[in-house]
Design a protein around this ligand. Structure first.
Ligand SMILES: [Zn+2]
Length: 186
């Protein structure tokens, strides 16, 4: 897996795309939780579920189907006041889907373990991206902090943090340009 911190940062960044009528902090926290949730599948190791099984690590909870389910149930679990199928509802469903699915996408760029079962339950093939620059984080939190924490966080900062900051910078410049453009129209 990539670290929960990096999954949450990516999801938090997604929350800034939502329209203002959706509570921003609540949405950011929800997306961060959804982006880390797929790794709850490691509980399966305790119950004898093998890594490569459908319910194993990087299996069903990392699939597109799971992300769809998570997206569809998020409004009724967390944003109950939002009318079903309204504009805000569709935004929440879409962002919750993307945040959950982003977990598997990031994992596919890691350099160890098995690939990601994106197509489960239709097909249990595990997939990796053709290019895998992200260092794989240990599954145990103590092994992470006792060992390669700084190296892994540094690696994720370079490959995920910096590109995200670049995208935000470009968006900011474009917005400023747009604002100036509309000022000039007056
Ligand atoms: Zn994972």
């Amino acid at each position: 897996m990539a670290t929960a911190i990096t999954h949450a940062v990516v999801a938090g960044a997604m929350s800034t795309l939502a329209p203002r009528e959706i509570p921003r902090v609540k949405l950011a926290v929800t997306l961060a939780v959804l982006s880390a949730a797929p790794d709850l599948d490691v509980i399966g190791f305790r119950y004898g579920i093998a890594y490569g099984d459908v319910l194993g690590h990087r299996g069903f909870t990392h699939s597109i189907a799971f992300a769809l389910i998570a997206g569809l149930i998020t409004p009724s679990l967390v944003f109950r006041g939002v009318p079903s199928r309204s504009r805000s509802w569709w935004w929440i469903v879409s962002l919750a889907f993307c945040a959950t699915a982003s977990h598997g996408v990031l994992d596919a760029f890691t350099d160890a373990g098995l690939g990601v079962g994106f197509l489960i339950p239709l097909d249990n093939t595990r997939y990796f991206a053709p290019w895998r620059p992200l260092a794989t984080s240990p599954l145990s939190i103590s092994a992470f902090f006792d060992g390669p924490a700084l190296r892994i966080l540094g690696n994720e900062f370079v490959w995920v943090g910096l590109p995200l900051m670049g995208l935000f910078g470009v968006r900011r410049v474009l917005r400023r340009g747009r604002t100036r453009g509309s000022d000039g129209d007056g």
